[in-house]
Design a protein around this ligand. Structure first.
Ligand SMILES: C[S@@+](CC[C@H](N)C(=O)[O-])C[C@H]1O[C@@H](n2cnc3c(N)ncnc32)[C@H](O)[C@@H]1O
Length: 272
């Protein structure tokens, strides 16, 4: 997979992935953010924000989707520039921001993750990419270099990425006799509605970002014992099972092995 990171990566065409996410924008909160597991996983990422972003940080949020994190960070006192490729996602954010009267704290802008160099000259205390935007590109080395250039010394880079090895997913789809779906991530690349999605291992992503003078300060697995968000309807019906799994997950989630075997992993880097 590191082949993708060589000097011969090319910029991926974005118009079709943009329209795919435009189509998801209106229902995104209903189908992910407001679901039981979506809320559970997001609240865990917010605990990481609480630890690493002080109230008055200036934050660049990438692939911000419907702005659940931008709103959270703004309500905790930060100034947020929320960016995404999808104009429809940004429209959802703008509506939320207006409803909550956060215009002074959150602004929005269309920005491709592959074009962070367009922001040259701006400086942020934090750069955030939550829940899989980075799986839509494969030029992570350029991403890391550009993010580095946009950050103040000591700044914090937060990423949350879908991993390639997810035993829960294997079990889930094997029970449905869907071999292709069960193992779709293991090669590090799959197709979603005709678009390529990439799944770097946590160890690979760490290496790439650390090569750009970032230091890893925290890691957390999301979905090692807890099932992936798409199992939501079933998990809601098994509260005892879910509580036990979430306890187990809390116990192991900061280990390398858990980050290796999880639906998503969170990595937090400090600019040295
Ligand atoms: C799964 S959603 C995650 C949204 C949000 N971060 C969250 O936590 O809910 C992925 C987002 O990445 C955005 N995205 C995909 N490719 C992108 C790119 N190349 N540049 C910027 N945003 C991109 C999509 O438009 C979508 O809003």
């Amino acid at each position: 997979m590191l082949k993708n990171q060589g000097s011969y990566w090319r910029k991926l065409p974005m118009s079709s992935i943009q329209s795919l996410f435009d189509d998801c924008a209106v229902d995104y909160d209903k189908t992910f953010s407001r679901t039981f597991l979506g809320g559970y996983y997001r609240s865990r990422t917010h605990r990481v924000f609480d630890k690493y972003y002080s109230g008055d940080s200036r934050i660049l949020e990438l692939n911000s989707g419907t702005g659940e994190d931008a709103i959270y960070l703004a309500e905790s006192g930060s100034q947020v520039l929320a960016t995404d490729l999808s104009a429809s996602m940004l429209n959802v954010i703008n509506d939320k921001v207006a409803r909550k009267e956060l215009e002074g704290k959150v602004s929005t802008r269309i920005l491709d993750l592959q074009d962070l160099d367009q922001m040259a000259g701006s400086k942020f205390d934090g750069v955030v990419s939550n829940f899989g935007g980075l799986n839509c590109i494969n030029n992570w080395r350029k991403f890391a270099r550009d993010a580095y250039n946009l950050m103040n010394d000591g700044g914090i880079l937060f990423v949350c990425i879908m991993g390639p090895i997810v035993p829960w997913e294997w079990l889930w789809y094997l029970l449905q006799r869907d071999l292709a779906e069960a193992f779709r991530r293991v090669k590090g690349k799959s197709s979603w509605r005709g678009e390529d999605i990439y799944y770097p291992k946590a160890s690979e992503f760490k290496k790439i970002v650390e090569a750009e003078s970032f230091q890893l300060v925290y890691q957390e697995a999301l979905g090692t014992f807890m099932p992936p968000p798409y199992t939501n309807k079933h998990v809601e019906k098994w509260p005892v099972f879910y509580r036990s799994m979430s306890k187990l997950e809390t116990f192991v989630c900061q280990s390398n092995i858990a980050c290796h075997l999880s639906d998503h992993y969170v990595l937090v880097f400090k600019k040295c």
